[in-house]
Design a protein around this ligand. Structure first.
Ligand code: CA2
Length: 159
């Protein structure tokens, strides 16, 4: 069994949120609920502490800014959690960046996209991520963080 040399933050996890998610809790509560992105980010950081991972979060409405952050994650983070929001369905650039990243990636969605319009059923990143969690509202993020922490730990122990 691998022994973890343990100070508390031996893993770093990046959480990225795509376009319009900054409006969470303010519009369309019937689909996305009343929890704000600020509250989700705070809970992710708290849960990260519990899991022994330092969590950084970042939201952007711009595809290029998200690609920049994915590229910059290389060597800095042991796992990525990403909700690309609408770019899930359109972005080859985010897909390519994830494919080149080389760390575990968990795709997350608040809503179950398969219960929604057909154009949301296709994800450009589905086949280049380690796993996907959707449909549980803010809990999707917390489950995704747990999965990412486990993957980060597992990969770390292999090295
Ligand atoms: O369910 C998800 O997490 C989505 O990634 C959310 C995206 C949507 O385009 C995807 O198909 C599924 C939309 C995020 C927009 O966020 C809003 C927040 C508050 C009010 C309106 C939109």
């Amino acid at each position: 069994m691998a022994v973890r040399k343990g100070h508390t933050h031996d893993r770093r996890i990046l959480v990225l949120h795509g376009p319009n998610l900054n409006l969470l809790g303010e519009r369309e509560p019937e689909i996305y609920g009343r929890v704000t992105l600020h509250q989700i980010d705070a809970e992710l950081r708290r849960l990260g502490e519990e899991l022994g991972a330092a969590v950084d979060t970042f939201q952007s409405n711009s595809e290029g800014a998200l690609v920049d952050r994915i590229q910059a994650a290389r060597g800095q983070y042991q796992a990525l959690v990403i909700n690309p929001a609408a770019y899930t369905h359109t972005s080859v650039a985010i897909r390519d960046a994830i494919q080149m990243l080389g760390i575990p990636v968990v795709e997350v969605h608040l809503s179950n996209v398969y219960r929604r319009e057909p154009f949301r059923h296709h994800s450009t990143i589905a086949d280049v991520v380690d796993g996907r969690i959707m449909g549980f509202g803010p809990n999707s993020y917390y489950l995704a963080l747990r999965a990412a922490a486990a993957l980060a730990g597992a990969r770390g122990e292999e090295q």
